[in-house]
Ligand binder design. Structure first.
Ligand SMILES: [Zn+2]
Length: 167
């Protein structure tokens, strides 16, 4: 378990930030190797700046041949988490130049930041949408409609139509 960070504590830390390395098995994510990386969490008055790198290996099931294969997941990103309590959701920072689009989530400034939850979410986002064991060598790869589904779908329709017209 990674230690959660009490947000007000950061204000008393040098440079209002904490930096740490980790090597953890996450409770909610099954990985072949522990998740290794580093994180820096900085208090910027109106928001938390989280900079993280992490790497692990997960076992996935190939969408094509249904075999298991291992793949490396890597994250390297910066996320800004807006600090506000639910009731002052309308107060926006005026002095700071912050791209509000980057402030995807918000946290209670008197609450906790949970590095493990954050890591879990980022790694889930990093999971490939299309799981293919080997783009060139997958034994299930001889299904052409897998390659360009939209176009092939249209061709299939056209072929149907031709067949209907000729019969
Ligand atoms: Zn495969």
């Amino acid at each position: 378990m990674m230690e959660r960070i009490f947000i007000p504590r950061l204000l008393k830390a040098p440079e209002q930030q904490e930096q740490f390395a980790f090597e953890e098995n996450l409770a909610d994510l099954e990985t072949l190797t522990p998740v290794r990386g580093e994180m820096r969490v900085a208090h910027r008055q109106n928001y938390l700046e989280v900079v993280g790198t992490a790497e692990t290996i997960v076992t996935l099931t190939c969408d094509r041949c249904l075999q298991n294969y291992n793949t490396r997941l890597r994250i390297q990103l910066t996320e800004l988490l807006w600090l506000h309590q639910a009731e002052d959701a309308t107060t926006l920072p005026s002095e700071r130049e912050v791209n509000l689009d980057e402030l995807e989530e918000s946290l209670d400034p008197h609450g906790y930041f949970e590095p493990e939850t954050w890591l879990y979410e980022q790694l889930c986002l990093e999971m490939p949408l299309r799981k293919v064991c080997d783009p060139n060598g997958c034994p299930g790869a001889e299904q052409p409609e897998e390659e360009m589904p939209t176009i092939d779908h249209r061709w299939a329709k056209l072929a149907d139509l031709k067949e209907q017209l000729s019969s």
